[in-house]
Each structure stands twice: as C-alpha cells, then as structure tokens.
Design a protein around this ligand. Structure first.
Ligand code: ADP
Length: 846
C-alpha cells in the first residue's frame, strides 16, 4: 500500500495493532539526481516488538522484543531487548520461570527457531500466550551456537562473550545472537546507496544498532521476585478493574504517576516513569542496597533546596534514552537532535546540585565522568541549531543564522527576493506605464507578471504569455526567469546544506550514544529517588527499617492506594509476622465479607514491596525483613480466558507456592480453596495453611498472611500458637431505629477469631430482596445447629411459611457428616485427607 509519508505513523499504528508486520519501502536516492526510475528498497520492518519511533510508543511503558532458545525441555534461555533504548537482558532457567518473566515484563514479540513443519512448537506457544505476545518464526540456524556468537561478536566488536558474563553454550546466548540478527534485518537494514532521503524527515546515515547495550544477565540474586500472578493480584502496574479505563490509575505505580492528591506525577521524565515500573516490579532483596536508596531518598526529602534543584534540572528533560536509540537507528529528527543538546547543561546542573550530598555522591561521580563529553556535544549542537527547530527538514529551518556561510548566502537571496520583486514591479510600471501590473507567484507556474485583460494589448514584446485567466493575462520575462532560477536553487541549496549539517551533527551524536544512555540511566534514577522523596514528604511516609532477618512489623500501616482515595477515612492497621512479640509466621485473618481482609493482607505486601524498592512507606514505623519472593494468590481469580477452570488455576498457583516458598518469602493468600465444594475447599485450605506454617524442610515457614472464610481454620492457632496467629476484622453489631440488626464495619484488625461471615448482611446491603435474606437467616441457623457451630442455637427450624421448603434441612445428617465430625484433621497428611475425601465423595454418590 502506498500512504502519504506524513501520515505514515497513523497507518503503522493501525497495522501493528492488527498484528501485522510492516515493511517500509522508501526512495533510496535523490529523485532529482536519479537517472531513470528512482531506486527504492526496504528501509525498515516494523513489528510488534521493535517499535522505536516516538509516535508509536507510550513514554511510560517499555516495548520489548524477546528471543527464546531451548537446550532440552528442562532448560531454556531468553534474550530480552528494548529496541527503542537498547536495554538488553539475558535470562536462563526452566521454561515455567521464563514464561513468568515474559508475562511479567509484558514482552510484545517472541522470536523462535521455526521447525521444518512450520507451526510454532507448543513450548513456544506456552511462553507467548500468557503475555499475549506475537510469535515470529526465524530460521533455525540463527539460534545455532556459533552463528549466535558471531552475531554478538560482530555487534560489540569483541573476541568472545565471557567479558559480558555470558556462557557461550547457554541457550540465552543463542537467543541473544538470534535477536541481534533480527534487529539488524529489520531495523538496521544496510543501504547500498549512501544518500537515502527517507522522506526528508530523518538523518540519512546508515542505520546501526550502536545503542544496543552489552547484554546483562538477569539473576534472582539480590532481587525480590514477584511472579506475574503476584504482580497482577497486588495490582502493581495495572488495576484488575479500572474505573477510568486507565490501567495505571489505582495501581501501585499509579500512586507515583497518577496520584489523586496532586496535579501531576511526582516522577517527571519518561526514563524515570519506565524505571519506577522496573523498581516496583523487581524490588531488592539486599538490605545494603535498599539502604543506599533509602539514604538518597532521605537526603532528598530532608533538603528542599536540593530536591528543588534536581527537580528543575529534570523538568522537561526529553527522552534521552530513546532519542539516543533513534540516533543510532538513523531515525533522529531535528527536534531529537536539539533535545540532545539539552543533556549537557542538565548533566552539569545535576552534578553541581549534588555537590553537598553524601548519599548521592555515587550519582555525582557518574555525572562528573560524563558531563564534559555531553557539554562538548551540547555546544556543537546549540552553536549550529536554533532552539526551537521544525519537526522535519523538508524546508530547512534548523541551522542558526550566521553559522554557515552557504546557508546564510542562500537565505539572504531568499530574503532579498521580496525587495527585488517589489523593485522590479515598480520599474516595469514606470517604464511601460502599466499601473495595474503585479508580480505574483504560484506553486505550479512559478513567478509571473499579471495584467488585467483590458491592458493586455499594451504588454511589451519582452513579455511572453504564460497563462490566460478569465480577467487577466500572465507573463514571464527573461529577467524574471533568471531570478526564479536563482531563488529556487537558493532554497534547495540551503535545505541541502542544512541536511548535511544535520547529518554531521547526528554522526557526532552517534559517537556519544553510550554516554547519552549512561546519562539517561542516571537521570532516571535521580527522578525516581526524587519521586519517592516527594511522595514521602507530601504524604508523611516514613523510612522503614529494612533488615536481613525474615520479619514483618508494621505499625499503623496504610494501603498506599486507598490511603489516597479514602483520605482520613482509611483506618490504619498493624501487621506483625515473626517478630519477638508475635513469633507466629502465619497469620490467619477471618472476618465478614467487605470488612477489609483483602485490603489488609495486600497492604502488608504492598508496603513490603515499596520498602524493598527503596521507598518510604505510609505507616507510623516499620521493620521489614528482605524477601526472596513475594507470592500473592487470590482464590477465584478469573483466569478462564486461559482455558483453565478457575479452581485448577488456583491449585496450580498454590502448588507453585508450596513448592517454591522459602523461610525468606512472603506469602499472601486470599480466600484459597473457594473454587470447589465447601468440604473440599476447607480441607485443602487447612492442609495448605498447615504446610505453610510448619514446613517439613525448614524450621519456620514463610511469612504468610492467610485471609479465609473458613472459620474452622482458626483452630490451627489453638493447636500451634507459636506458628499460627489468629486475626480478625472488628465489626460492631447493633440494632437500628427500626429494630433491625445491623453491623458496622470498623476496618480494624485485631487478635482473635471471627465466627461469622455476615454474608447475609452483605447480601442485604447489595439489594437482595428481604424475603430471600430473611429466609437465608433461617436456613443459616438451621445449618449452624446441624454443624454444631459456635453460633448454633437450640432453635428448631421452622418451615418457610411461603414455600414450605423444610424437609431439606430437617433430614437426618448423612453418615459422611458423622465421619467428618470425628475427623482428626491435624493428624492427617494432605494425601490422607484427599483419600478420605474421595471415600466420602463416593459414599455420598452411592
Ligand atoms: P474483604 O476482603 O474482607 O471482603 P475488602 O478488603 O475487599 O474486604 O474491603 C472492602 C472495602 O472496605 C474496601 O473496598 C475499602 O473501601 C474498605 N476498607 C477496607 N479496609 C479499610 C480500612 N482499613 N479503612 C477504611 N476502609 C477500608
């Protein structure tokens, strides 16, 4: 399809959104100089994972490409590249872990070795599906060990990959080579003609991958791993149900970027906005590293002048990381170039303002190392270019007056044209006595002299007729013709010269790409640290004490999102696991629906994530031990779109926790075991809580917050109080003016067990008809009698007056119920529990 090049972006967006790959074909030589047909060729291939143009990207989210290679079924490797900035990571691990990283990172496109049969193998599809990534099959040899090494060596001009800490035989190294080859083929296509024009918008050099950084290996060491399910359940980057259609609104990242209590984000630069996502999705697991960030945040929170100076130096800073990428890829615009010139003075200003701050000394050192180089580049750019350049170079207008003699000369010719024409017109009027003669210009015919039809007869011989209009005649003269040629060549000469200057500067900038990316990294870090500091100051957040021991002790903690939306209405709560005063590592939280159970357990996980990312937190004070992983599972989470039953998903996820949680992990479980029958669910919840609180392989289980409807579980705390602690959400029961029983949610968490769920009460609040809720109350009492529950009353159930549905609840209990009553659950292994379940189920069937 041919599209107007100035509307390219619109069509690209559309095509990529529809899942297409787009090959862009452009003129490869200057049409004015081409002999015969203008040479054309593919200059770029745009795919879902390789977007690098400003207009196609959101500035606060990354667009990632990955390649995957397998050794055998147990080991796989991933190379992940952000083509717009050149960030490059390799990861090895089992396929399940890699699938989780792909989903957590939100990778858009995955490259794989295409088998002869064509279809993507199942293990590749399993990787791509949860993330919704596009799949791109590539020739299998791209993933070969020696071919990959060759691609990497060539890219970085190195002899081997050991210097990058890569293992030449690892599958991730093979994936890395394949990814580089793909980027080269789609983004850095070699042009055989040097003077490509690209529609006159971009620099015309050969595109390169100069911005691709050396690959770094992603390890889980020093990092607190949040898997994709946890990220979703804790709503770190996106809300599950967004009211405004903006998924960031209401998420933890959104607290910094979309806060309700301030007009704009506390993080200012596009680089900072992307980095804060990275920090909050991959917090630290090393207390020392957390302290370093906290010290910087503290320094910025305490010193308003320093914070102001840094804020000013960062305000309005362009997306240097992506511009550096575009410079390398040969797609920088005049505005990009001028924005880079900005980096120098800002780097110098940042370095200067950090002079007095110890905690930020490492940042200052890094800035000092690059500022001179950036200043040299800035001077070159700002001497040549005006401050507010046009978006493209089609008509020139980038170079300053007085910078280049040729540009100046051509421009003055253009400028003087007006004066010359006016003079020429007066001369002709006087000479031939043609008072109505006018000099004009139009795009099609160029310059002309115009006479009303009535005076046409008086036109001198030197006038050659050019065009006849209804009421006028237009002419050209030899003098005007000569002028026209001079003027138009002056214009194209000026544009040509400007283009050459632009290209020179882009070539210069290209040499500084690594320095520019280094600056982008520092700016991003300072931006996020400052964001943390501003948040802490404005909302009264405190510095948590982050320690190596696995403990959790939060006083008057608040949910970071609800605290802002509810303001003073939010009730702070304490959270304590594995502390000297509350040694139990598992807290079992019971309480009515809607009381605040989910909020409380998530709040503690969110505060942990914030603390380990280096932020301060909304609480009075807190001691938080580092975590190797945070697991969050929500029962009945809707995963039906993946074609698995909700309960199956819940159990798969629970299995992952039981198999992977260590004494250093934090586990948050919300209503696990609800996707099946009550008895099944209760038994499973019991066994799971037991396994987490007293693992067979360690002294102590992971710090666990377990919210449940199954009040029966509270017995665990009575049996093993040193391992399990009961918490409940307080509610107040009262009788209202109409004599009806009501409850008020106090949202206060305290020790103890709840014995009722108040589900019927919530149903009433939700508008379930009174006749139904009243009947439900009756049924509830009957069932409570049969189950001998704590709230059992001695009352005999009465038949429902309207329906007479009595028999159902009056029949003798099934023998299975008797068996259950005699059960010693705590003496059973989960397997025995399952066997018994199966037996009970069949006894009910028969
Ligand atoms: P549960 O999990 O017990 O059903 P939720 O945690 O979903 O309850 O909380 C229900 C509602 O109660 C939330 O939407 C929130 O508005 C409110 N809420 C929860 N915790 C608090 C609190 N600490 N202070 C004020 N309101 C709260």
């Amino acid at each position: 399809a041919g599209v107007p090049h100035h509307q390219k972006t619109k069509y690209l967006k559309m095509a990529v959104a529809l899942g297409h790959r787009v090959a862009i074909v452009d003129q490869l030589e200057d049409p004015a100089q081409a002999k015969g047909v203008v040479k054309r060729g593919v200059t770029q291939v745009v795919t879902a994972g390789t977007l690098a143009d400003e207009a196609l990207l959101a500035d606060d989210a990354s667009c990632l490409l990955a390649a995957v290679a397998f050794d055998d079924d147990a080991r796989a490797g991933l190379a992940v590249i952000e083509p717009s900035t050149g960030a490059f990571t390799v990861i090895d691990g089992d396929p399940a872990r890699l699938a989780d990283r792909v989903a957590a990172l939100g990778v858009r496109e995955i490259l794989y070795a295409q088998p002869a049969a064509g279809e993507a193998p199942a293990r590749v599809r399993a990787l791509a599906e949860p993330a919704g990534a596009a799949l791109t099959g590539r020739a299998a040899w791209h993933f070969g060990a020696s071919e990959s090494l060759e691609a990497i060596r060539e890219q970085y001009s190195v002899a081997g990959v050991d210097g990058f800490g890569l293992d030449p035989d690892a599958p991730s190294t093979r994936a890395a080579g394949a990814a580089i080859r793909y980027l080269r083929e789609t983004q850095a296509i070699e042009r055989d003609t040097a003077d490509a024009t690209s529609g006159g918008e971009f620099q015309s050099q050969q595109p390169t991958l100069a911005h691709l950084r050396p690959p770094t290996r992603e390890t889980v060491e020093g990092v607190c791993v949040l898997d994709a399910t946890t990220l979703r359940a804790l709503e770190i980057e996106t809300t599950i149900r967004s009211a405004t259609g903006d998924p960031l609104e209401g998420s933890l990242v959104g607290v910094f970027l979309r806060s309700a209590d301030q007009p704009r984000s506390v993080v200012r630069t596009p680089m900072g906005k992307r980095l804060i996502r990275a920090w909050l999705t991959r917090p630290l697991a090393d207390a020392g590293a957390v302290h370093a960030r906290q010290n910087a945040v503290g320094a910025l929170a305490d010193d308003a002048l320093l914070a102001d100076a840094i804020g000013q130096a960062l305000d309005g800073l362009a997306d240097v990381a992506r511009i550096a990428g575009r410079v390398a890829l040969g797609r920088a615009t005049p505005r990009d170039l001028v924005a880079l010139g900005d980096a120098g003075p800002r780097a110098a200003a940042l370095a200067e303002s950090l002079e007095q701050s110890d905690p930020l000394a490492p940042h200052k050192q890094r800035l000092d190392a690059i500022a001179p180089e950036l200043t040299t580049l800035a001077t070159a750019i700002s001497t040549a270019c005006i401050d507010d350049p046009p978006a493209h170079l089609r008509e020139g207008g980038l170079v300053r007056d007085g910078y280049d003699a040729q540009v100046d000369e051509a421009r003055s010719l253009q400028r003087d044209a007006g004066a010359w024409l006016a003079e020429y017109q007066s001369k002709l009027i006087a000479e031939f006595d043609l008072p109505s003669l006018k000099v004009g210009y139009n795009k099609v015919f160029g310059y002309y002299l115009e006479l009303p039809s009535g005076q046409a007869a008086r036109a001198p011989d030197t006038f050659t007729r050019k065009q006849t209009l209804k009421n006028a005649e237009r002419y050209i003269t030899p003098e005007l013709k000569t002028f026209e040629e001079r003027a138009s060549t002056a214009e194209s000469r000026a544009v040509e010269r400007e283009r050459a200057i632009f290209d020179e500067l882009c070539t210069l900038a290209r040499k500084h790409v690594p320095t520019l990316t280094a600056f982008a990294d520092i700016a991003a870090e300072l931006d996020v640290l400052l964001g943390f500091a501003l948040k802490a100051k404005r909302r009264g957040w405190v510095r948590p004490e982050v320690v190596a021991e696995p403990t959790l002790d939060i006083h008057a903690g608040r949910h970071p999102v609800l605290d802002e939306t509810l303001g003073r209405g939010f009730v702070p709560n304490d959270g304590a696991l594995a502390t000297p005063d509350a040694p139990a590592s598992l807290a079992l939280l019971t309480g009515p629906n809607m009381a605040g159970k989910s909020t409380f357990i998530r709040q503690n996980a969110l505060l942990t994530v914030l603390a380990l990312a280096g932020s301060f937190i909304p609480a009075d004070r807190a001691t938080i031990g580092v975590c190797d992983r945070v697991f969050t599972r929500v029962g009945a989470d809707d995963a039906l779109h993946r074609g698995q039953s909700t309960f199956m998903v819940e159990m798969v996820e629970t299995a992952a926790i039981l198999n992977n949680a260590t004494p250093r992990s934090l586990v948050v479980l919300d209503e696990i075991g609800r996707g099946t029958s009550t008895l099944d669910g209760l038994s499973l919840a019991w066994a799971i809580a037991e396994a987490l609180s007293s693992p067979t392989t360690a002294d102590r289980g992971p710090r666990t917050l377990f919210a449940t409807h199954y009040h029966e579980l509270t017995e665990l705390a009575e049996r093993t109080p040193e391992r399990v602690r009961n918490l409940r959400v307080a509610v107040e029961e009262y009788t209202n003016a109409d004599g009806e029983r009501e409850i008020a949610f106090l949202h206060r968490i305290g020790p103890g067990r709840a014995d009722r769920s108040y589900g019927v009460h919530v149903a009433r609040l939700a508008g379930v008809p009174a006749s139904v809720t009243a009947r439900a109350e009756e049924v509830l009492e009957t069932l409570s009698v049969q189950h001998g529950g704590p709230s059992a009353s001695k009352k005999k159930p009465e038949p429902s007056a309207s329906t007479g549905q009595l028999g159902l609840f009056q029949s003798q209990p099934h023998p299975a119920v008797e068996r259950l009553r005699e059960l010693k659950l705590d003496a059973m292994t989960p397997l025995q529990a399952f066997d018994l379940l199966r037996e009970l189920a069949s006894s009910v069937d028969s």
